[in-house]
Design a protein around this ligand. Structure first.
Ligand SMILES: Cc1cc2nc3c(=O)[nH]c(=O)nc-3n(C[C@H](O)[C@H](O)[C@H](O)COP(=O)(O)O)c2cc1C
Length: 339
């Protein structure tokens, strides 16, 4: 297994769009599945219908410790829906996205339209990644920040871009405290370890999870790595790593939403994915730093730092210029398409 094959599997170039008015459903789903998902759980299923694609939650892929209310799960579904919207536009399809409460699913209505134009973000679906490495420390221009801020804004959702050293330093401290709390929690560790793929063979076998090589870690046999995870996943080392990563970043975007419920989580996922796609268009890297949101006692401190007025902090993402890292894997399409 070579890195090149990883890249081909996930980030293969876009296929030629089908003739206008015809739908290539597998390509739509392939591009949707390249979205971000919490722990790369890919907690989705796609049902193909004549006029729509429905994105259903796959509850067998829940993470009850880090995500007890499934907020990350629905944000992940929102990320996939956003990719689907841009992929559909490239096929000349207008979309209407809604959360259907009775079926607890996102329904993406698809309608051929001469008015729909392919947008720049579709090209970034295959290049976007969560880059868990240090960036180069340079700032972004005011124009770049404005484009990102706009992309991260949705229905009832805003991206707040933090670039001043004082608030970045407070966020860095909150991330460190979040890491420490999480990595001293045995249940959190057990759940995290169950999603880590310690070597390329394990990553390819499952097609999901957090592949060590994406974070620059050397490969280890799973039988050795799991019992040694206490040594491998040390809170202090993670704090040092995230501090370095944050100090190398141009800023942190915090996504805040008016509604802290399933529709709000889905909208947040959409806004965050759009932000990451826009960043990729600008050759800007992104990586999540959600610890101050996942560790509940820290969340009010982040919200008060941002002077939120009734909004809820949902996701946090550092951004900046830097090199690409290896891409993470996805499961085969036949595992996620339901008829
Ligand atoms: C809702 C959500 C929460 C996430 N939380 C974290 C996080 O706390 N830390 C992290 O490093 N990555 C986080 N991620 C990123 C995923 O691990 C990543 O999307 C996944 O591994 C797939 O990799 P890719 O984004 O490079 O395609 C999150 C992603 C989503 C959608």
């Amino acid at each position: 297994m070579t890195t090149t094959r990883y890249f081909d599997h996930v980030a293969g170039t876009l296929r030629t769009p089908p003739a206008r008015g015809t739908r290539d459903d597998r390509e739509l789903v392939r591009l949707a599945t390249l979205a971000a998902s919490s722990h790369n759980t890919q907690p989705w299923r796609f049902r193909l219908d004549t006029d729509s694609i429905t994105i259903l939650p796959d509850r067998s892929r829940r993470c009850p410790v880090v995500d007890p209310d499934d907020a990350h799960l629905y944000r992940s579904l929102g990320c996939a829906a956003e990719n689907l919207v841009h992929a559909a536009a490239a096929q000349g399809l207008a979309t209407d996205v809604g959360y259907d409460e009775p079926s607890d699913a996102i329904v993406v209505q698809l309608r051929p339209s001469d008015d729909v134009l392919s947008d720049a973000l579709v090209g970034a679906i295959t290049t976007r990644q969560s880059t868990r490495q240090p960036f180069d420390g340079t700032s972004l221009s005011a124009d770049e920040l404005a484009l990102l801020e706009r992309a991260g804004t949705g229905h009832g959702v805003r991206a707040l871009l933090v670039t001043d050293p004082s608030r970045l330093s407070t966020i860095c401290d909150l991330v460190a405290r979040g890491n420490t709390a999480q990595l001293h929690d045995n249940d959190f560790r057990r759940e995290l370890v169950s999603w880590i793929r310690f070597n390329p063979t394990a990553a390819e076998r499952s097609g999901d999870g957090l592949a060590g090589h994406c974070s620059g870690n050397p490969p280890l046999p799973t039988w050795l790595a799991r019992p040694l995870s206490k040594l491998i996943l040390r809170a202090g080392a993670q704090v040092d790593r995230d501090t370095t990563n944050l100090r190398s970043s141009a800023g942190v975007a915090v996504f805040v939403a008016l509604c802290d419920d399933r529709p709000g989580w889905i909208e947040t996922g959409r806004a965050c994915q759009r932000f990451a796609l826009q960043a990729a268009v600008l050759d800007v890297r992104t990586a999540f730093v959600n610890q101050p949101i996942e560790v509940l006692p820290l969340r009010p401190q982040l919200e008060s730092l941002l002077a939120l007025d009734g909004e809820h902090a949902q996701l946090a993402m550092r951004f900046g210029h830097g090199d690409l890292a290896p891409y993470s894997l996805r499961r085969p399409l036949d595992e996620v398409i339901v008829r």
